[in-house]
Design a binder for this molecule. Structure first.
Ligand code: ADP
Ligand code: MG
Length: 678
């Protein structure tokens, strides 16, 4: 079996499973073995019920002291029972497994394992797993890999498929030269992949992880540095000159650009008129006003006779930028079109035609922009907003649609300069390090769930004063369906809790794009006052009238993500507030949330967050899914990143990449850097 073989060559993976695996971006056997665990479940010994606490995942052994009963609640079949081990007892519930009601016998011993919760004041477990004694003993002390899943693919199923693949696949030859492996203390690639899926100990896992993280960074750094070396000779084929319209636009704005914005705008003007192509990253904290700078660049390109485009990660954001840009630029006779995945085939065809004929000056869209069918007449500038959500390859593919167009990328991710230089080594760096002057710092608070009613009263007060609010509901489990259900249910409750005159609506990832757009538009227009949402609004959304951000279960998010979410408020002149509701009172959670509580500065937060993390925190809370790494985390693995970047530089300087023996590595780099780069 080869890494390039389809996953259907694995026993037990048929056509139906293939489709589901594809949703996880697993197409080949190679993808499968690189679907690394997101976390591990460590099986510890059975615990007396009297010692377990809410929030712990534990195994208990006891007798059924009440007959299991099955009942139907709405569309769920529920089985309830109660288990005692002499020290105490616990309520147990299973959903949609009605057969258990017959199987479980009163007075019999069972071993169950699950997460302890409190329901109506009583210790309970929902949906625990049942184990036979033997099965449990076999797992004891082992680290069970947990994979990211999608509906219809269970962890078991994935584990099995990965197990078969690891056994049967012919691993690609080790490609990392021995000298590099020795210098950086790295184990063999094949061994690392095998171990990461089935480590016997935390130490083993860390050793395996280190090798894979190094690989990811090494390949990434090679691609970036190679691209940079190539580009130095890229002469400017799309020279642009400053135009009076940009000055007019600046003068017509209801505010003055900050000095930081002006500085970046000057840099851009200089770049596009210079001898070489612009390759610039604009880094600026949430709310620092990156969009207007991009808009000026789009206007300049159009007035110089060029087409330009802007790619953003979500449709909601594309729509928002599209509307904002039409409003600002239509008066200058500029035609802007939208291109997103949810448009009908006919709408897309119309957009393609307008782009090809140059009727459209500016195109705003999502990944749809990099489809083959999109052809430009004269593309001179490409912008990616929220670049950290895209891969290098996507940025390159977009640029390949033009004849060496100028590249402007924008990101709110507060990456320390030393890391940014490595990660965006092929780009020049601009920083907007100043917020508009009219902003009042956001007032924060970290509270527990008892505070909820008070928070609702506060939201009512703000709404009465004409403002709007967001309430973020996190996932209960890593499943989109449950997440959606959760948001809908929460919205119902919130509607009851708030005054009936307040319009409350919800937004989640499972909704159709058109529904999402409609809700966002109504929220923008102020017709909806309170928006309950999942993290789909995390990036870019700009409704300056919103002043309250309430985040439920704040402990479940990474700090970077919470900072992004908070960035949805504090975007206008009104005082804004962020309420982090924590469902956990653990010390660690409190420490982390306290960082956000006393600072609104993204760079500071990222640094403090890093300090609090130990090697064991590698899994669990995702930082922010930064860039395209599968396992590596730019923040946590900063040291490995530096090592790998240095190794990559030496490798290139030594002209190793073009050597025959490094053919395989070259292939992998090509898949990063885009087809034409190598
Ligand atoms: P981000 O950098 O997060 O993308 P935006 O570009 O969306 O931020 O800007 C946030 C809000 O600030 C917008 O409503 C925008 O109109 C406004 N804004 C931008 N620049 C200024 C400025 N210099 N003064 C006042 N408001 C500004
Ligand atoms: Mg933005």
């Amino acid at each position: 079996m080869l890494v390039s073989d389809s996953i259907t060559s694995i026993k037990g993976v048929g056509k139906a499973a293939e489709e589901k695996f594809n949703k996880l971006d697993i197409h080949t056997v190679g993808d499968l073995i690189e679907h690394y665990p997101v976390n591990y479940d460590i099986f510890e010994d059975i615990r007396p019920i009297a010692t377990v606490e809410e929030g712990e995942t534990v195994a208990i052994e006891g007798v059924l002291i009440r007959n299991a009963e099955s009942k139907r609640v709405r569309n769920l079949q529920i089985v309830n029972c109660r288990i005692s081990d002499g020290s105490s007892n616990i309520f147990v519930t299973w959903f949609n497994m009605p057969f258990l009601a017959k199987q479980l016998k009163m007075g019999t011993h069972y071993i169950i394992r699950g997460t302890v919760i409190r329901k109506n004041g009583f210790l309970s477990m929902d949906q625990p797993t049942l184990y036979s004694k033997q099965d449990f003993v076999n797992r004891l002390g082992k680290m069970q890999p947990l994979y990211s899943l999608t509906q219809g693919v269970s962890n078991n199923q994935l584990s099995k498929a990965i197990g078969i693949a690891l056994k049967e696949v012919e691993f690609p030859k080790e490609y990392l030269p021995k000298s590099i492996r020795d210098e950086h203390n790295l184990i063999d690639y094949k061994k690392a992949v095998k171990l990461i899926h089935a480590p016997k100990s935390m130490d083993e896992m860390l050793v395996a992880r280190r090798r894979i993280v190094f690989d990811e960074f090494f390949q990434f750094s090679l691609a970036i540095q190679y691209m940079k070396n190539n580009r130095q000779i890229n002469s400017n084929k799309n020279v642009m000159e400053p135009t009076k319209e940009c000055e007019e636009l600046l003068n017509s704005l209801p505010y003055k650009l900050t000095n930081a914005q002006l500085k970046v705008w000057e840099e851009i003007k200089k770049d596009v008129g210079s001898k070489s192509t612009m390759q610039r990253l604009v880094q600026g904290d949430v709310g620092s006003g990156k969009t207007i700078v991009a808009t000026l660049a789009l206007l300049m390109a159009a007035k110089n006779g060029y087409q330009s485009c802007m790619m953003v990660p979500t449709e909601v954001l594309a729509k928002q930028h599209y509307e904002g840009i039409i409003e600002l630029l239509e008066p200058y006779g500029i035609k802007t079109v939208l291109l997103v995945g949810s448009m009908t085939a006919k709408e897309k065809r119309e957009a393609y035609a307008m782009i090809a004929s140059h009727e459209a000056d500016i195109v705003i869209g999502t990944h749809a922009l990099i489809q083959d069918k999109v052809e430009y007449d004269k593309l001179g500038l490409v912008i990616t907003d929220e670049q950290h959500r895209f891969g290098v390859k996507q940025r390159e593919t977009l640029a390949e649609k033009g004849n060496s167009p100028h590249i402007l990328v924008m990101s709110a991710t507060p990456i320390p300069r030393t890391l940014a230089i490595i990660l965006y080594g092929d780009l020049d760096l601009s920083v907007i390090d100043e917020l508009p002057a009219n902003r009042l710092p956001i007032k924060n608070c970290v509270v527990n769930t008892n505070y909820r009613q008070t928070a609702y009263r506060f939201i009512e007060k703000e709404v009465q004063a004409g403002r709007q609010a967001y309430v973020i509901c996190s996932m209960v489990e890593e499943s989109e369906n449950i997440e959606a259900e959760n948001v809908v249910e929460y919205t119902d409750k919130l509607r009851e809790a708030l005054s009936p005159s307040i319009q409350v609506e919800y937004l989640h990832g499972k909704m159709k794009a058109s529904e999402k757009n409609e809700i966002m538009e109504r929220f923008s227009r102020g017709e909806i006052q309170v928006l309950v949402s999942t993290t789909v609004i995390e990036v870019g959304v700009n409704v300056p009238n919103s002043t309250v951000m309430m985040v439920e279960n704040a402990e479940r998010f990474g700090l970077a993500q919470l900072h992004q979410l908070r960035g949805r408020v504090g975007r206008g002149a009104h005082q804004s507030y962020c309420i982090f509701v924590s469902g956990s009172r653990s010390k660690d959670t409190m420490k982390r949330l306290e960082i956000l509580n006393h600072s609104n500065d993204g760079f500071y937060i990222a640094e403090e967050d890093l300090k609090l993390r130990g090697p064991g925190d590698m899994f669990g809370i995702r930082q922010s899914g930064l860039m395209e790494f599968k396992l590596a985390d730019v923040f946590n693995d900063a040291n490995v990143l530096k090592e790998a970047a240095k190794a990559a530089k030496e490798f290139l300087d030594d002209d190793q990449l073009m050597k025959e023996k490094n053919e395989y590595l070259r292939q992998r780099i090509t898949s990063y850097a885009g087809q034409t780069s190598l």
